[in-house]
Design a protein around this ligand. Structure first.
Ligand SMILES: C[S@@+](CC[C@H](N)C(=O)[O-])C[C@H]1O[C@@H](n2cnc3c(N)ncnc32)[C@H](O)[C@@H]1O
Length: 225
């Protein structure tokens, strides 16, 4: 199967992207664990998709940025439009935002779509304030090594999406180079919490094979003051 480029993939996936998957639900649990109370925070979601994760954060001010106009447009139907929240089109490698403007920055399941991660980390490190937190999640290298691919179904077809493997070492090096120090690391594995996704797809045999496999890598970095 030829992998689709990111723009084309998310154009096709946008109308149905909001449906949770095993990966997105594992991501949500890990980011929930790593994110502090947001009630006084300025939150950025870099690569926010349609912005569904921004709906109920309780953050004082929230910005979502995504490359795909179709994903952002899909968010219009999701009731994410509220005071203090705005979404805009942009690239995580050149964020259209000022320096040090956020206390917490998420970048969830995005950097695996980038051939090189250094520029993205430089931008995440630039926009987070001193002492702030950057949470990055990625498709786990072990999942890719075990043959898993980033794919979705649209118009009755399964499509693979362009994906690049970034090792833990390369994440740490790119983050360290811009003053982001590792604060916490989590690996999200296939397990009972996501069994329902396999069951619904009539893939319980695969569930049994996959149990225990790490599929999401989650890293929290603190911006040195
Ligand atoms: C798997 S989705 C994750 C969306 C969202 N973070 C979530 O967890 O629901 C990946 C998103 O990254 C966006 N994306 C990919 N490359 C990007 C880039 N260079 N800059 C900004 N967004 C990008 C895609 O358009 C897509 O919406």
């Amino acid at each position: 199967m030829t992998a689709l480029g990111v723009r084309e993939a998310y154009r096709l996936w946008a109308p149905t992207y909001a449906a949770e998957t095993a990966i997105s639900s594992i991501d949500a649990a890990l980011v929930g664990e790593l994110t502090p109370d947001l009630s006084t925070a300025r939150l950025l979601d870099a690569g926010c998709g349609e912005g569904r994760r921004l709906r109920d954060t309780g953050a004082a001010r929230t910005v979502g940025v995504d490359l795909s106009p179709e994903m952002l447009q899909a968010g219009v139907g999701l009731d994410i439009d509220r005071p203090g929240l705005r979404t805009l089109q942009g690239d995580v490698r050149a964020l259209p935002l000022p320096d040090r403007a956020f206390d917490v920055v998420w970048c969830r399941l995005v950097v695996g779509h980038l051939r090189e991660i250094e520029q993205a980390y430089a931008e995440l490190g630039r926009v987070v304030d001193h002492g702030g937190l950057v949470v990055v999640t990625d498709f786990h290298p072990e999942a890719q090594a075990a043959g898993h691919r980033r794919s979705f179904r649209a118009n009755g077809q399964v499509h693979e999406i362009e994906h690049y493997v970034h090792t833990l070492q390369s994440h740490l090096a790119a983050a360290g180079a811009v003053g982001l120090r590792l604060d916490a690391l989590r690996e999200g594995c296939v397990g009972p919490d996501v069994r329902e996704f396999y069951e619904r797809a009539d893939r319980l045999a695969q569930y049994r094979e996959h149990v225990g496999l790490p599929v999401v890598l989650a890293l929290a970095f603190r911006r040195e003051g």
